[in-house]
Design a protein around this ligand. Structure first.
Ligand code: PDD
Length: 276
């Protein structure tokens, strides 16, 4: 079933105009929310980010968050998802193609659906490999925009090279991965790029930083370099779908021992305890 605006319809009946500005310009925003045991994980944080993204691009959401939440709960109930995700996007609506905003009164288009998705237990256990690439995306990566071409091209390079993901950098400063945040551990201290306009303010990132602080692990939200990444004792990525996933090789070289490290393991266990 698909949620379109305020209607839940079978997939065969779900269609969006070819003039939808999401389709034509990528003019819209999205969220991916985790579902654990049929419940939306950290939903308030996702709703807050959705509202913020909408505000930053001057898009008015079609419904108050309470209504949106009720619609998503209905959708989840219909699909009986156990562990999965909800994908939700809102575009600036349907209008003749012209770059400036469409006329006042153009209705935003909301689409959402859910999928069953098991937790990625193998990569959580064993970690994955990554390559590094220049971050060619725009300068408002804090907005969860539908424009993902920079991420798509980077991730495709990783796939073609047989790597699990790609770590992006701007002139040697590590930002994030194609669809996740990245952290390193050096001498017991966790480093991650500050939550500014160069990265998405990941919700898993925020949970992990909170958990680290609660456990007395020092965290520094400061930019770090590709060299520091390569010399790290541990590295891991965080996202809604990947949770806390160790990165064990970067550009062909082992990170630390080449095995998921102790701080990563500790944060994984702490994270696991939050998903109930
Ligand atoms: N991606 N950075 C980027 C560029 C992302 O696209 C994502 C999420 C994250 C992690 O954010 P969070 O912890 O809130 O999921 C960081 C989602 C999962 C996606 O596009 O599929």
């Amino acid at each position: 079933m698909i949620l379109i605006d305020d209607r839940i319809v079978p997939e065969a009946e779900a269609s969006v105009s070819y003039l939808d500005r999401g389709y034509v310009f990528g003019d819209g925003i999205y969220e991916v929310i985790r579902v654990y045991n049929g419940r939306l994980y950290e939903k308030e944080a996702h709703y807050d980010r959705l509202v913020r993204s909408a505000g930053e691009i001057g898009l008015s959401l079609p419904y108050p968050i309470e209504t949106l939440d009720r619609l998503l709960q209905d959708l989840l109930g219909r699909e009986a998802v156990g562990d999965g995700t909800v994908y939700l996007q809102v575009t600036r609506g349907v209008a003749p193609r012209t770059h400036a905003f469409p006329p006042a009164g153009t209705k935003p288009v909301l689409v959402a659906y859910c999928n069953e998705l098991a937790r990625p237990l193998d990569t959580i256990r064993d970690g994955l490999t990554a390559i590094t690439r220049p971050d060619i995306r725009w300068l408002r990566c804090d907005i969860k925009s539908l424009n993902l071409l920079g991420s798509v091209l980077a991730k495709q390079e990783a796939v073609e090279q047989g790597a699990g993901d790609v770590i992006l950098h701007r002139e040697g400063t590590v930002t994030e991965c194609s669809a996740s945040n990245v952290m390193i551990v050096k001498d017991g201290v966790v480093f991650t790029h500050p939550a500014d306009h160069f990265i998405l303010h990941g919700i898993t990132r925020a949970v992990v930083l909170r958990l680290a602080a609660e456990r007395g692990i020092e965290v520094r939200e400061i930019p770090y370099t590709l060299d520091e990444l390569r010399q790290a004792d541990e590295a891991f990525l965080t996202s809604t779908t990947m949770e806390v996933t160790p990165i064990v090789r970067i550009d062909g070289s082992a990170v630390g021992s080449g095995r998921p490290g102790p701080v990563t393991r500790l944060l994984q266990e702490a994270f696991e305890a939050t998903i109930g």
